[in-house]
Design a protein around this ligand. Structure first.
Ligand SMILES: Cc1cc2nc3c(=O)[nH]c(=O)nc-3n(C[C@H](O)[C@H](O)[C@H](O)COP(=O)(O)OP(=O)(O)OC[C@H]3O[C@@H](n4cnc5c(N)ncnc54)[C@H](O)[C@@H]3O)c2cc1C
Length: 497
């Protein structure tokens, strides 16, 4: 009987695990597709053009490359295989460069959030092309990059690195692995990249390492290797950011509203930018990105964070006035307030997505616009509305036009609210910025397009992106359950002894 109950329990645990892994249908769509629905047509940034050109140009480097088919002993055109390998190395080079968070790159790529997007896409391109390379490459005839034995050893190592790369990229795209573990595994991309570079350098190719093409690729690989070392050693281990102390904490129902004062020189920021913050407290030192919810006029920084996550939940429990916080930033190039003072402005915020607009209201109170931005703010209940008093004050002063939608009061924000307000053509040439949950933004962005909006700026509160459900909470529950059972067992043993 006991065995029957136990096997029933096991089946139920197995079913629950499968259900958690499967998640909901929406979990399997990349978040960017969910957010905007139809992609907005925009001119590619200068950075993208440079990156693509540096990758594509390699096609001409491998003209005339030949290989010897191992089975038929006939020569074949090795250009596609070698080009695929070179694309993979160059894509990884850009991926590492984009992870440095260097400010000049923000100008080239249009902000750190865009840099992270391209970092992910170049990682995906690297994996796809390394797969192609290994499927079609054979005994290439050309100029050796090193002695045969060194080249062979590098090739074997590259085979192992390739397997690692597949696992690491899958772990990045499938969000089952909690972020706090994933960010450590992600660092292993660097050794895999260095091995790929050594393989490229030592392998036989149609050009020598000292010739023009050889120098081109060697320079790119040196830049990529230096970029990876800069990120992993300097940025992650040595550079500290600026120290601040917590001077006020307001605990809301599901959020934390805090103010930080600088200990030394404050960071410089603009409305709409974000910063990475980490606490100088054991277990809370992991850096997390948050939008700065205060304007640039004050040296103090305000952050509002939802507290239902793993790290944010712990911060909510343990954060106290006087705690030291390290702030790194500011990043991002999104501007909720456009330069053109005449352009109509539409802001749409859901829940904690109000933060970039709170910072913008600080700016507007110093420098009001002739046409106030219309802010549609959607919250599930009144208790969850962040900064409601200041939003109302800004509305009264004519700085913004606030449209508050509280779902629990029966006034859920719908596309018709936006269409009713602006009508056909009402958003032509408008500056539209949205920040909030995917479902809401998807429906409202469609409505904005129906009113003539051509470009919609979406603030994504997600750096990792990817597909599949995030299992952080479920995994934490399992860890808690196992830990408490082990403790109970230990306690039992102690009592019986
Ligand atoms: C540019 C930007 C601005 C943001 N602004 C705000 C804001 O103003 N207010 C707010 O409440 N939230 C904001 N977020 C989201 C916030 O960073 C995450 O909710 C928070 O890091 C979740 O941490 P957690 O461990 O508590 O949650 P978890 O439940 O453990 O994780 C939830 C998800 O958050 C992401 N995440 C977790 N840890 C990190 C990390 N160290 N770095 C980056 N992402 C991580 C992952 O995608 C993960 O799947 C912003 C995110 C970005 C990228």
């Amino acid at each position: 009987m006991a065995e029957h109950t136990r096997s029933k329990q096991l089946v139920s645990i197995f079913q629950q695990a499968l259900k958690a892994l499967a998640g909901k249908r929406n979990d399997w769509w990349p978040s960017s597709f969910l957010t905007t629905g139809r992609p907005t047509l925009r001119l590619p940034s200068v950075g993208i053009v440079i990156a693509l050109a540096s990758i594509v140009i390699g096609w001409w480097a491998f003209a005339g490359a030949t290989g010897l088919d191992d089975d038929s002993r006939q020569t074949f055109d090795a250009r596609p295989a070698l080009f695929a390998g070179a694309v993979s190395v160059m894509a990884m080079t850009w991926s590492h460069l984009l992870s440095t968070r260097l400010r000049p790159l923000e100008y080239l790529f249009g902000g750190l959030d865009h840099m992270y997007r391209w970092h992910r896409w170049s990682g995906a391109l690297a994996v796809a092309t390394v797969f192609l390379h290994t499927q079609i490459v054979d005994d290439v005839k050309g100029i050796p990059g090193a002695s045969r034995s060194i080249a062979k050893a590098a090739e074997e190592l590259a085979g192992i690195a390739e397997t690692f790369l597949y696992i690491l990229v899958i772990a990045s795209f499938i969000r089952w692995v909690p972020y706090r573990w994933w960010r450590h595994t992600h660092k292993l991309m660097y050794p895999a990249y260095v091995i790929s570079c050594v393989h490229f350098y030592t392998a036989e190719k149609p050009f020598g390492n000292g010739e023009a093409w050889g120098r081109f690729y060697s320079t790119a690989m040196i830049i990529g290797i230096a970029a990876g070392a800069y990120r992993l050693v300097w940025r992650d281990m040595i550079k500290r950011g600026r120290p601040y102390t917590v001077t006020s904490i307001d605990r809301g129902s599901r959020y934390l509203d805090l103010t930080l004062s600088p200990v030394g020189t404050p960071i410089k920021h603009q409305a709409g930018q974000f910063a990475f913050i980490k606490l100088v407290k054991s277990g809370l030192t992991e850096p997390h990105p948050f939008t700065i919810a205060s304007g640039p006029i004050s040296n103090n920084l305000r952050f509002v964070m939802r507290t239902d996550g793993d790290w944010t939940g712990r911060v909510n429990k343990r954060l106290a006035i006087g705690d030291e916080v390290i702030v790194e930033g500011a990043f991002g190039r999104s501007h909720p307030i456009p330069r053109n003072a005449e352009a109509p402005v539409l802001w749409v915020a859901g829940g904690v997505g109000i933060t970039p607009f709170l910072a913008s209201i600080d700016v507007l109170s110093e420098d009001p616009r002739p046409v106030p931005p219309r802010l549609f703010y959607s919250v599930s209940s009144r208790e969850e509305a962040i900064g409601l008093d200041e939003l109302r004050r800004a509305h009264k002063r004519g700085l913004i036009q606030l449209h508050l939608h509280v779902t629990s009061d029966g006034s859920r924000l719908s596309p018709n609210d936006v269409i009713g307000e602006f009508g056909d053509g009402g958003l032509v040439n408008a500056h539209v910025v949205m920040c909030g949950p995917h479902g809401l933004l998807r429906s409202v962005s469609q409505a904005a397009r129906d009113c003539g909006a051509s470009t919609i700026h979406v603030e994504e509160f997600d750096i990792r992106s990817g597909i599949a459900p995030d299992l952080t909470q479920e995994i934490d529950d399992v860890i808690d359950e196992v830990t408490s059972r082990l403790q109970a067992r230990k306690e039992n043993q102690r009592v019986t002894q």
